[in-house]
Design a protein around this ligand. Structure first.
Ligand SMILES: Cc1ncc(COP(=O)(O)O)c(C=O)c1O
Length: 454
């Protein structure tokens, strides 16, 4: 056995333990996507998706993707300098127009957009200032730049702490400063203080880069993200987005001035040295953008769903931290409890929610992350609230006797609809699972009854 195997031991023995206790929430193989998914013989209400507007299953978006494949095949066979289609140019022009920038460039993933942006612009004579809760892609962009430019100064401020951000900027080692933040933090579900950050950057002469992966399409009166929400849309120097959340596909993009974009197209390594975003995804993103621009009811529904579910969780007494909107972390603040809650929801409640534990989040802030989308129905959310109340009570997270505000009829409808949709989604294997579980429960109950009188 080599040192490579030795390296894997600790982590894999933790995974084995999770598998033995049926609490491993990762890599569950789904047979479809959306608000309800089939896994094995079960059908689950899914709260783990970032497809916030439910567009990945929109027939128009799917048809557009197919059109892209028919015209250009499944890939363009090279990186963008040799493999740019007319449709890439059109999508980039359209995104730039939508967001009010001179230019835009698309990448194959959102992750690459961020890594590429940071590595293209950071140098030995720059101070980079980051929020401590920055996404992995921001950290990787910084690391790549730091490897090439060891004199690059990197400073951190406590999440959303404006006093610390000011101090970082005022005492920066270098005159050239860049601040990189997220618009809507995906693990905590809170907003970056973009209006205050814009003001500080203006005052102290820093360039501002905002990664609005979770806000674009989903926040602001017309879905143009945190810039629109805070009324500072035209004051973000570089705006980064992704097609993997509200657009329902995959790919990323960066909007900025024409010069910055033209420079990035020649300097961003993750753009230059990685294969082009396939036209199928370009077409799908174009169709999704058309829907986002012209059909505001998807955004309205996302908001209504977020408000309904959040109110239900609050009524039950769950700790939601500082979150708002459609990302609703349920803080349990204990690793075993969080894994257990997630496993009970999956096996007992037929619900998928993602447990976040250390090192993904700091110890003491373990949580279930629950993403609401426009594709969830009221009935699905009512059913999920019932399951959360029941399991919360069982695991003593909620006091005994905690009830949702739903009446018996609503509760009955939610439960029956869940079973019927499960049957439609997963078919006969689901029915078989339900019947065999019911018969197990019945025989245990009868067995118990047989013994009691004697
Ligand atoms: C804040 C943030 N930025 C960037 C990304 C990367 O985007 P993508 O998944 O499109 O590569 C993610 C993905 O989860 C994210 O949450």
């Amino acid at each position: 056995m080599s040192w490579l195997n030795d390296k894997t031991k600790d982590l894999l023995s933790r995974v084995d333990e999770l598998n033995r206790s049926k609490a491993n929430p990762f890599f569950r193989p789904m047979e479809n996507v959306g608000a309800r998914v089939k896994v094995g013989s079960g059908s689950y209400v899914n709260f783990t998706s970032n497809d916030y507007l439910g567009l990945s299953r929109d027939p128009r978006v799917m048809k557009a993707g197919i059109r892209g494949i028919v015209q250009y095949g499944t890939g363009l066979g090279s990186a963008r300098p040799q493999a740019t289609s007319i449709r890439h140019d059109e999508l980039e022009a359209r995104l730039a127009r939508w967001l009010g920038y001179e230019a835009c460039v698309t990448f194959t993933t959102g992750y690459q957009s961020i890594v590429g942006t940071l590595s293209a612009f950071l140098d030995d004579d720059v101070t980079l200032v980051l929020d401590r809760l920055s996404h992995a892609s921001i950290m990787e962009g910084m690391l790549l730049a730091k490897g090439e430019h060891p004199e690059l100064e990197v400073r951190y401020f406590k999440h959303n702490n404006m006093t610390q951000l000011r101090r970082c900027l005022e005492t920066a080692e270098h005159g050239k400063k860049m601040v990189v933040v997220e618009g809507y933090y995906s693990v905590d579900g809170d907003l970056g203080k973009i209006d205050e950050i814009v003001a500080l950057c203006r005052e102290l002469g820093a360039v501002l880069v905002v990664d609005d992966a979770h806000g674009l399409g989903a926040l602001g009166p017309t879905g143009r993200g945190v810039g629109e929400l805070f009324g500072v849309k035209d004051q973000i120097d570089i705006l980064i987005g992704t097609f993997s959340k509200s657009f329902g596909g995959i790919g990323g993009f960066v909007c900025a001035s024409r010069d910055l974009i033209d420079y990035m197209k020649l300097k961003a390594r993750s753009f230059m040295f990685s294969a082009t975003l396939p036209v199928a995804q370009v077409e799908a993103a174009m169709a999704a953008l058309e829907i986002i621009e012209t059909e505001p009811h998807h955004l309205r529904r996302l908001r209504d769903n977020g408000e309904f579910f959040r109110a239900g969780l609050k009524d039950l007494g769950f700790d939601l931290g500082d979150s708002l909107g459609h990302i609703t972390p349920i803080f349990l603040r204990d690793e075993v409890l969080t894994l257990k809650f997630g496993a009970y929801l999956f096996h007992g409640g037929e619900i998928m929610m993602m447990p976040f534990i250390s090192p993904g989040v700091p110890p003491g802030s373990e949580r279930l992350r629950c993403n609401i989308t426009a594709a969830h129905t009221k009935v699905e959310m009512t059913y999920a609230l019932e399951a959360l109340a029941k399991i919360g009570e069982m695991l003593e997270v909620l006091p005994a006797g905690t009830k949702t505000k739903a009446g018996n009829l609503e509760r009955g409808i939610a439960f029956a609809t869940h079973k019927l949709r499960g049957l439609k989604n997963a078919g006969l294997p689901f029915l078989w699972k339900e019947v065999s579980e019911a018969s197990k429960k019945a025989s245990a109950w009868l067995g118990g009854n047989n013994h009691t009188p004697r």
